[in-house]
Write a protein that binds this ligand. Structure first.
Ligand SMILES: Nc1ncnc2c1ncn2[C@@H]1O[C@H](COP(=O)(O)OP(=O)(O)O)[C@@H](O)[C@H]1O
Ligand SMILES: [Mg+2]
Length: 215
C-alpha cells in the first residue's frame, strides 16, 4: 500500500495502568487532508490513545511515527514542535488572560529565537508580524474574533472549548488531535466548529522556514 500521504502512524500501541490495558495493540494511520474519528463508549481508551500519540503518556509498548520520524517517548513539547497539535477533554486555558492573549501565547511558542543574529531586531519585527498573523487567523477560524478582548474566565463553556482549539490552531499543526471537541457545546458553537472548511483552510508547508496561512 502507498503510505506517502500518511502523517501519523501508530503500531501495536499498548498502555497498561497496572493490570488494566487501556489500549492494547492499537495500530492506525492518519492521512494528510483527511478527518478521522475514533469512537467508543466512556472508558474505551480514546483519551489514552490521544495522550499516547501526543506524548502526554509513554506507551508500555509500540511505536508512534510523525512525518516518517519515530517520536515514541518524546516529550509533548517536542512532539508539538514537530507539528502535532491537540486539545484536551478537560479545557486547558489561562483563565485570567484575554482570549487573544491565550492564543498569542500559543502562537509565540512557534517563534524561533536566534540571539546570535546581528540583525535580530529585523527578526523580532518579522516575528511579531508572524505571531499576530497566526493569532488573528486562529481566532477567525475558531469563530472567536469578536471575543478577542474578553477575559477567558468569563467566557461560556462552549467559548472556552473554542478557545482551546484556537490555541491549538495558532501553532499551525500538521496533525490536529481533538479529544471530544464538542463536549458540552451548544448547537451554535458546535456547528461552527464542525464545518469542514474551518479545518481545511489552514495549510502548513513543513519545509518552509515559517508556517504559512492560506484560505
Ligand atoms: N492515569 C490513569 N491511571 C489509571 N487508569 C487510567 C488512567 N487513565 C485512564 N485510565 C483508565 O483507562 C481506561 C480508558 O480511559 P480513557 O482513555 O479515559 O477512556 P475514554 O476517553 O474512551 O473515555 C478507563 O478504564 C480509565 O479508568
Ligand atoms: Mg476521554
Amino acid at each position: 500500500m502507498n503510505t506517502e500521504g500518511v502523517v501519523l502512524s501508530a503500531r501495536s500501541l499498548t498502555k497498561r495502568f497496572g493490570g488494566l490495558a487501556a489500549n492494547q495493540d492499537v495500530s492506525l494511520d492518519l492521512w494528510r487532508d483527511r478527518i478521522h474519528a475514533v469512537i467508543g463508549p466512556n472508558g474505551a481508551g480514546k483519551s489514552t490513545l490521544t495522550n499516547l500519540l501526543s506524548g502526554d503518556i509513554v506507551p508500555t509498548s509500540g511505536t508512534v511515527t510523525l512525518g516518517g520520524h519515530d517520536i515514541t517517548g518524546y516529550p509533548p513539547h517536542e512532539i508539538s514542535r514537530r507539528g502535532l497539535g491537540r486539545s484536551y477533554q478537560k479545557t486547558n486555558i489561562f483563565l485570567p488572560l484575554t482570549v487573544e492573549e491565550n492564543v498569542r501565547l500559543a502562537s509565540q511558542s512557534r517563534q524561533r529565537h536566534r540571539p546570535w543574529n546581528p540583525l535580530h531586531w529585523v527578526d523580532t519585527a518579522t516575528a511579531h508580524a508572524a505571531v499576530a498573523d497566526r493569532c488573528d487567523r486562529a481566532l477567525e477560524l475558531a469563530g472567536l474574533a469578536a471575543r478577542r478582548h474578553t477575559v477567558a474566565g468569563t467566557c461560556s463553556h462552549g467559548e472556552q472549548r473554542q478557545l482551546e482549539i484556537a490555541m491549538t490552531l495558532a501553532t499551525q499543526p500538521q496533525v490536529l488531535l481533538l479529544d471530544e471537541p464538542l463536549a458540552g457545546m451548544g448547537v451554535c458553537c458546535g456547528s461552527r466548529l464542525s464545518t469542514r472548511s474551518c479545518w481545511s483552510s489552514m495549510t502548513w508547508t513543513p519545509s518552509s522556514p515559517w508556517p504559512t496561512t492560506s484560505r
